[in-house]
Design a protein around this ligand. Structure first.
Ligand SMILES: *Cc1c(COP(=O)(O)O)cnc(C)c1O
Length: 461
């Protein structure tokens, strides 16, 4: 008992020190894989090792073997940090080690899932009748949504895909935007719908699906149809016009899926809510809590307008599992069975922030993004997107120069941004999605970016 307490306190102490130091160290991970491997690999011995020294070794390696995504100056990908209350409640989750799949195994996890789901439906303006499942991330939220869509669309044709599979089934037209996130393709592959067997719909200059192009494409389809849209383009942050698209899909009788991995959270702010207009007309929505809601990995959420199709696509009976009548068995809404109680940090963050705190988080990140764009543009660099949300794309000149500036920024270590390609052009992508980013972080990062741009152009006039 004493040892357990000592180990838990030791891990907590390491975590607290790690977080204390996260804004003082280089944002990039500075250790090489070789260093990390050599430090950690030669340690599997007969008789094992004292657990406190194992904890120490791992914690020591984390100091330079991790990117400082928990700090205020990490702007790579779209990852977000985790709010202190979410990290703390995630420790509770690990401590309890509850299997959140089945009500009787963890009534608390099941009830917290339900309450957090109700709150998310309120925030997003989705009907309270929608079903909600907690999965590992946006990828599995897309997968689960499309599994529900597949079941629903084929059931309308009298085909039971869960029992009979896809061989001989009526063909489904799958329609995606040219800018669909690649995980939509992963999901389509896993569902047997084919990653490339899709109709791709043209987008506008910001990457939004064009409703007129969608209407044209749907005109020569008939039978089951699934349309995949997105709110929050990973490059530009742009939102497909869901309300207009819903007019088209409603007329066609197609399933409307919305990938809102980070964009859905814009609905938490009255200033940005208009971007998701029409979302309640969708059939399924996927989102991530581990991105902009700032809970720890891993936590995605699937929301579905058709609970019976959602549940039907996910639930399998087993002789030794009896679902609890009148209770919500969490396993009914996810592909996994055993899993952690990942809704607990979601609940904790929403309860801590409240609606106004959530709005503030969203608006703060968007304000920081605008500041980045204004400062970089002011210094003569080109901003490639309309900064409608938390994403900024910047070009520092030709592709080679832009790449070298990105690399200089990363090795400087003040902040971290990654590269991307937008409309054929190399760009640096700034994503502001962490609660931890302050005005000072933004100014320090801007200085570092401008410094890197200047030294790059001076070294190669
Ligand atoms: C991040 C993201 C995903 C994938 O989510 P994971 O949590 O990484 O699985 C899907 N779609 C969009 C738009 C995203 O931004």
């Amino acid at each position: 008992m004493k040892e357990r307490e000592a180990l838990l306190k030791r891990a907590a102490e390491h975590t607290i020190r790690y977080l204390e130091n996260v804004d003082q160290r280089p944002v990039r991970a500075s250790a090489t894989s070789q260093e990390l491997y050599e430090r950690l690999s030669d340690a599997f011995r007969q008789g094992g090792e004292d657990p406190s020294s194992v904890i120490d070794a791992i914690a020591e390696a984390a100091k330079n073997g991790t990117a400082a995504t928990q700090g205020g100056r990490f702007f790579g990908f779209v990852v977000g940090g985790s709010l202190p209350v979410s990290t703390a409640t995630d420790w509770l989750v690990s401590g309890w080690d509850q299997n959140a799949a089945i009500y009787v195994l963890s009534p608390l996890a099941a009830v917290i899932e339900r309450i957090a789901a109700e709150w998310i439906l309120q925030i997003t303006g989705l009907p309270a009748t929608w079903s909600v499942g907690y999965v590992t991330g946006g990828s599995m939220a897309n997968f689960t949504s499309l599994a529900a869509a597949r079941r629903h669309a084929l059931a309308e044709e009298g085909w039971d895909v869960e029992a009979d599979g896809l061989f001989g089934a009526p063909p489904i037209d799958v329609v995606v935007s040219e800018e669909a996130h690649y995980t939509i393709r992963t999901s389509l592959r896993m569902l047997g719908l084919g990653g490339e067997r899709v109709r791709r719909i043209a987008v506008d200059a910001q990457g939004r699906m064009r409703p007129d192009a969608l209407a044209d494409a749907l005109r020569d389809t008939s039978g089951p149809c699934i349309v995949c849209t997105q709110i929050g383009n990973v490059n530009t942050g742009a939102f497909d016009p869901i309300d207009e698209i819903a007019d088209v899909t409603a007329e066609r009788g197609a399933w409307l899926h919305v990938d809102g991995a980070f964009g859905l959270w814009a609905s938490g702010s009255s200033s940005y809510k208009h971007l998701v207009r029409g979302i309640e007309r969708a059939d399924s929505v996927a989102t991530d809590a581990h991105k902009w809601l700032n809970v720890p990995y891993d936590c995605g959420i699937v929301l579905c307008a058709h609970p019976e199709s959602h549940r039907g696509a996910m639930t399998l009976a087993a002789a030794y599992i009896e679902d609890t009548p009148l209770e919500r068995d969490p396993r009914g809404f996810t592909p996994e069975e055993s899993r952690r109680a990942r809704a607990v940090p979601v609940y904790a963050v929403l309860r801590t922030l409240g609606p106004s705190g959530l709005a503030d988080l969203i608006e703060r990140c968007c304000r920081h993004a605008r500041r980045f764009a204004e400062a970089l543009e002011g210094a003569g660099h080109e901003i490639l997107n309309d900064v409608v949300l938390n994403q900024v794309l910047v070009s520092f000149g030709d592709a080679d120069t832009t790449r070298r500036v990105i690399s200089a920024i990363q090795s400087d270590g003040t902040c971290w941004c990654g590269g991307t390609k937008w409309k054929g052009r190399a760009a640096m992508r700034i994503s502001v999605s962490s609660w931890a980013t302050t005005d000072d972080d933004v100014e320090l990062s801007i200085e570092a970016m401008l410094r890197a741009a200047t030294s790059t152009s001076e070294s190669n006039p």
